[in-house]
Design a protein around this ligand. Structure first.
Ligand code: GLY
Length: 358
């Protein structure tokens, strides 16, 4: 097992990974480590067998626990779901010394974390991510959020979970599309880290063919994110690099009404857009984009934006820019392992988008 410590203001958090991480953390929770009463916020997509294991460990402890089930996917990041969590927490008698345990994919974790940040002005929470995407990205870092019709993650709070358990055993029954979605973030981490991780990410076979290899790379990605967040918890500097590929990726997700590409699939194409811009602006070697294109293809992931999508994406980006009240800063790559954040002129952005259309 491995672990990384994070701090956000007065809150300390631990990211614990490896087989058995979950049992170890749940045993502490069952003993009252985080408080005497809690609410499990369960993603409806989590297999019953996983839940049965969680319940069995908690039942052997001293804590009072109830469960609320939330439909997974982006729709979880909405006010009605947040209100339903508050309601269940009040019904379960969760007080200021209580906690939430979020179990599921990234969207449910984001929503449960935001509910924890705001319920009774903030209570403790812990996260048990059950998808590759959530294990390498969404569960780590303490940014919690819900969406507004105007865009993704527009209401939220920094609220570090007391612990996050990254247990590869829960990935065993992951559908292919979930492996793919996680791979988008792993690919991003390979580009940000450079060196051996970048080499491995280019070669790795699809996760459903070689899960053990993928789990190793996922650990490298998760630990990279932990290190970046530990240096810059509130995204004042280096943490923005983790947004590589996300500006176009989020805009594409938004214009498809969150019913099109999965997050990691959108990030994969967003990476291609960011790399195209990087070639123009900071002279990135085009071989890097060719390698990313090839890796996405090998995993059966999208490498193109839909035909005529650039106008809608540009409008979403303009809204993003307005909401940020200034120039949109793009994360570009000078070389694998060497990211830089800077504004990019709209004609270069548009060229990159048009060049990626089917
Ligand atoms: N919840 C994702 C992050 O903190 O980056």
């Amino acid at each position: 097992m491995w672990s990384e410590d994070l701090r956000m203001g007065a809150r300390m958090g631990q990211v614990v990974g490896g087989p058995g991480a979950l049992e170890a953390q749940l045993a502490k929770l069952a003993g009252g480590d985080l408080g005497p009463a809690g609410l499990i916020v369960r993603d409806a997509g989590v297999p019953e067998a996983v839940m049965a294991g969680v319940r069995a460990i908690l039942a052997g402890g001293t804590v009072d626990v109830q469960e609320a089930t939330v439909a997974g996917g982006e729709a979880a990041k909405s006010w009605p779901v947040i209100f339903s969590i508050y309601d269940a927490a009040l019904g379960a008698g969760v007080a200021r010394d209580g906690w939430f345990l979020a179990i599921g994919g990234g969207a449910v974790l984001d929503a449960a974390g935001f509910a924890a940040a705001t319920f009774l002005r903030g209570i403790a929470w812990a996260a048990m991510p059950t998808t590759l995407l959530a294990q390498v990205d969404a569960a780590i870092g303490g940014k919690t959020a819900i969406d507004l019709p105007q865009g993704k993650n527009l209401v939220g709070a920094f609220h570090l979970p007391a612990w996050v358990a990254l247990d590869p055993q829960v990935l065993e029954s992951l559908p292919r599309r979930e492996w793919r979605s996680g791979f988008g973030e792993v690919l991003k981490c390979g580009l940000l880290m450079g060196g051996r991780t970048w080499e491995r990410v280019q070669e790795i076979p699809p996760g459903w063919e070689a899960p053990a290899e993928m789990v190793e790379l996922a650990e490298a990605s998760a630990r990279h994110k932990c290190r970046v967040v530990a240096q810059d918890p509130y995204e004042a500097g280096e943490r923005i690099s983790l947004n590589l590929g996300h500006t176009v990726g989020h805009a594409w997700e938004q214009v498809s009404g969150y019913a099109g590409p999965r997050h990691g699939e959108a990030v994969g194409v967003g990476l291609l857009a960011a790399l195209r811009m990087s070639e123009q602006v900071v002279h990135l070697d085009p071989a890097v984009r060719a390698a990313v294109h090839q890796a996405l293809g090998r995993w059966g992931m999208p490498t193109r934006l839909p035909r005529d999508s650039h106008d809608g994406i540009l409008r979403a980006l303009a809204r993003d820019k307005k909401l940020r009240a200034g120039a949109l800063r793009w994360v570009l790559l000078r070389a694998p392992g060497d990211p830089v954040a800077m504004p990019v002129s709209m004609d270069i952005v548009e060229d990159a988008l048009i060049g990626l259309e089917a």
